[in-house]
Design a protein around this ligand. Structure first.
Ligand SMILES: [Zn+2]
Length: 427
């Protein structure tokens, strides 16, 4: 671009000299000025902002963190700047993972570890984040390119590998263990793992690594028909792991394993993926910065705008050995943890009675107690909340198929079946 403009300038100069009539010179001078202006514009193309040492709450247009630091002033977050201490690993940089990575980058997360082995394709352009000029690049390289431009303060580590291979799994686990970013951190080197993969096998691999490392993680998924999704928090030993219970999908979801076949094109929408990425990062921020309620399971059914929630206890007969080990450890420390939690609630209740927050309730707002969440035992098939179905039957009760309660449900099931058959025959 710059070279072209330079050549044009010299062409104009030659033209000017070749014209004997000085009355023509004025218009050529004008053109030369325009080309010089264009050259300056080309030179000032994207300039990366410099790194920011401390997050400031100062309200000026040039402060990239002023709106985030305002969360403290608004009383939502106690210490927002702590976000710079946290490391989050994102496995799968597709329709959900890339958007989650961008959100965390814009929030000023300390360090992001990105894992993917795929390349950017034009077929990905119905989703957010990747751009057409990045087609052919690895998703990890393209993500680093975009994210480092958006926020150079974030430490980015990218791993172009497949975690379901033996070598890939080893590198994955050792990268999670690496504590050079914050040597004083307890446990592994990351605070949270986000699973944004699109298949069952990769989820089982993330589950295995996290159970072995006693690493808290969040799982996310979008159904193959693009109109439902979910996020789930998994704390080894404390909540059901991915192997404890057959995977759950929201009612309209399709069993991904029946559709994962060569040539079958699954549907995807930037809307559903954006919503799920938003829910996932929202839960991540709440978990890391300790505000609000961290959802153990949150579903999203786009057709009905329905968001089911639930909790799942671990299965003592889980086939994953590391999961059973973590459950044993959790039960040992549970009495002390429960006592501490009870004391905290009592102390809070006491201070609340001493200092009522709002004496006058002019809007008549009443607070609904939602602490009594339905806790579901993974062993009881019938205990799922309305709107959730199992993707696969429970291992112990494989002959007992879910019975539709109403005619409406059976029509939904038939529609699902028809869609599955149409998707299969389309391929
Ligand atoms: Zn388990």
């Amino acid at each position: 671009m710059e070279a072209e403009l330079k050549a044009m300038l010299s062409d104009l100069e030659t033209l000017k000299r070749s014209l004997p009539d000085p009355s023509h010179h004025a218009s050529i001078d004008k053109m030369q000025l325009r080309v010089e202006h264009l050259t300056n514009l080309a030179k000032s193309a994207p300039v990366q902002r410099s790194k920011v040492k401390d997050m400031s709450a100062e309200v000026v247009d040039s402060n990239p963190y002023s709106r985030l630091m305002a969360l403290q002033r608004m009383g939502i977050v106690q210490n927002y700047e702590r976000i710079r201490e946290f490391s989050v690993a994102i496995v799968g940089i597709g329709g959900v993972g890339s958007v989650a990575a961008e959100m965390l980058t814009r929030c000023g997360i300390g360090r992001l570890l990105l894992y993917d082995y795929d390349k950017v394709e034009l077929a990905n352009m119905n989703r957010l984040f990747f751009r057409p000029e990045q087609v052919g690049m690895t998703k990890t390289d393209a993500a680093v390119q975009t994210l480092s431009d958006i926020n150079p303060d974030v430490v980015l580590e990218s791993y172009t590998l497949n975690i379901t291979t033996v070598q890939g799994f080893e590198t994955f686990v050792s990268s999670l263990k690496n504590k050079t970013f914050r040597p004083s951190k307890e446990g592994s080197g990351v605070d949270l793992v986000l699973s944004c993969v699109d298949n069952y096998e990769a989820r089982m691999v993330v589950n295995q690594a996290c159970n072995e490392l006693n690493q808290t993680w969040m799982e996310s998924g979008v159904s193959e028909d693009a109109v439902s999704g979910h996020i789930q928090l998994l704390i080894p030993g404390e909540t059901a792991c991915f192997a404890c219970a057959p995977p759950l999908v929201v009612a309209s979801g399709i069993d991904e394993r029946t559709l994962k076949r060569e040539g079958v094109c699954a549907a995807s929408l930037p809307t559903t993926m954006g919503v799920v990425a938003g829910l996932l990062v929202q839960n991540t921020l709440k978990y890391l910065l300790k505000f609000g309620h961290v959802s153990p399971y949150l579903g999203y059914n786009a057709l009905k705008d329905y968001f089911p929630t639930m909790e799942m206890k671990p299965n003592p007969q889980c086939s994953n050995v590391a999961c059973v080990d973590r459950q044993r450890e959790y039960l040992l420390v549970k009495p002390a943890r429960d006592a501490a939690a009870k004391a905290k609630i009592e102390a809070e209740a006491l201070s609340a009675t001493e200092f009522p927050l709002h004496d006058d309730n002019e809007w008549n707002i009443s607070v609904v107690d939602d602490s009594e969440l339905d806790k579901t035992d993974v062993r009881s098939l019938d205990a799922l909340p309305d709107g959730l179905v199992r993707e696969l039957p429970n291992a112990d009760e494989f002959q007992k198929l879910p019975v539709p309660l109403e005619t409406a449900n059976s029509i939904d099931d038939l529609d699902d079946l028809r869609r599955q058959l149409e998707a299969l025959s389309a391929g």
